[in-house]
Design a protein around this ligand. Structure first.
Ligand SMILES: NC(=O)c1ccc[n+]([C@@H]2O[C@H](COP(=O)([O-])OP(=O)(O)OC[C@H]3O[C@@H](n4cnc5c(N)ncnc54)[C@H](OP(=O)(O)O)[C@@H]3O)[C@@H](O)[C@H]2O)c1
Length: 342
């Protein structure tokens, strides 16, 4: 740990006007993060504006390396290009950078961390990558099952909220839904097609193998976080017209025999997991219930017809702005500050 990080730390949130940045400030407050100073940064467009936060009214500063270098920890929530340019400069100046973009997730020398699973990967790293939101939610649910039964293969389909495309994505869904309900035509700028009353099986760019980058992120990142380098995991990522919280259906095959009861036992009490699995009473994971909560909901746990006594089907739902982004980043910062990094 560099600089004087104990007992309190100076934290910078960069991208504070965005969907993730806004949540970071709330999570820092909610979790009573040991701050001595909190500074909020965005682009020149927002500089000078006042932001009402749980810490009181605060003025947004324009991002500069010199200003953020006055802090101990920087939580970046801007973009991959931004992080590629500035994270190394900040790290060079002694700042611990926790980055929400995909810029460093696949670098062998940069940890990609979900604290419930691999906080020990942090070590002395000055740049720590926060995973893709869909991956973080999935991995929290998979890890306790993997620990008990040994994950062999996974097939995942996602139902991803508009806020996965940031504040502009939420705004477009709300405005265009209103537009259509008032008899107008929907237009779209953030999403590749109109999202209201639609689902779009296309998130991020198509790759040579026919999968999208979002789908491949789930494969690559789950392997790295769970330390199963050759895990066969296939994903179909779909944008749906919800505002917040991603849902995912996963069909899983294990090395060892598994039953829904044994799976529930493995998941019960696992960190970051809440079992919501009472179909008799119409209780299962749903975005409306998971929104605003830290835990990943897991339910619809059943024996897989395809993989038999070695397989399960599950449905998970988590707030991707929290566990998939802001909460996970703050949890990483907590590990750094408390030294739980090995
Ligand atoms: N949304 C999600 O569910 C999610 C989940 C996991 C990871 N992520 C990742 O987190 C990052 C942020 O996503 P988001 O959804 O929060 O995006 P967003 O809502 O579009 O917010 C982007 C933020 O970046 C700021 N910004 C843009 N250019 C800047 C610059 N040159 N200097 C300083 N600040 C600048 C914006 O400030 P202005 O208002 O001043 O323009 C805004 O605060 C992205 O890398 C994204 O891939 C997002």
């Amino acid at each position: 740990m560099t600089k004087d990080m104990v007992p309190g730390v100076k934290v910078a949130v960069v991208g504070v006007t965005g969907a993730v940045g806004t949540e970071m400030v709330s999570v820092l407050h909610d979790r009573n993060f040991p701050l001595t100073d909190l500074r909020l940064f965005a682009s020149a467009r927002s500089a000078g504006k006042t932001l009402e936060t749980p810490f009181g009214s605060k003025t947004i500063e324009e991002f500069t390396v010199d200003s953020v270098a006055e802090c101990d920890v920087a939580l970046l929530a801007v973009s991959g290009d931004f992080s590629k340019e500035y994270a190394p400069q900040l790290a060079e100046r002694g700042v611990t950078v926790i980055d929400n973009s995909s810029a460093f997730r696949y670098d062998d020398d940069k940890p990609l961390v979900v604290p419930e699973i691999n906080a020990d990967a942090i070590g002395d790293a000055k740049i720590i990558a926060n995973p893709n939101c869909t991956t973080a939610i999935l991995a929290v649910a998979l890890q306790p099952l993997h620990a008990k039964f040994g994950l062999k293969r996974a097939i995942v389909s996602t139902y991803q909220a508009a806020s996965g495309s940031g504040a502009p994505g939420m705004k477009e869904l709300e405005e265009e839904t209103r537009n259509i309900l008032q008899g107008g035509q929907s237009s779209n700028k953030v999403f590749v097609h109109p999202l209201p009353f639609n689902v779009i099986p296309h998130i991020d760019k198509f790759q040579d193998n026919g999968y999208t980058k979002e789908e491949m992120k789930v494969t690559w990142e789950t392997r790295k976080i769970m330390r199963i380098p050759d895990l066969p995991l296939s994903c179909t990522a779909v944008r749906i017209p919800t505002l917040r919280a991603h849902a995912e259906a996963a069909t899983l095959e294990f090395d060892k025999p598994v039953t829904p009861e044994a799976a529930r036992e493995a998941l019960s009490g696992a960190p970051g997991v809440k079992i919501v699995d009472d179909p008799e009473n119409n209780a299962y994971p749903m975005p409306l219930n998971a929104s605003g909560h830290y835990d990943v909901e897991v339910g619809r746990i059943r024996q897989s017809i395809v993989f038999g006594d070695h397989g399960l089907d599950i449905f998970v739902c988590g707030d991707q702005l929290l566990k998939g982004a802001a909460l996970n980043a703050v949890q990483i910062a907590e590990c750094v500050v408390s030294g739980k990094v090995r």
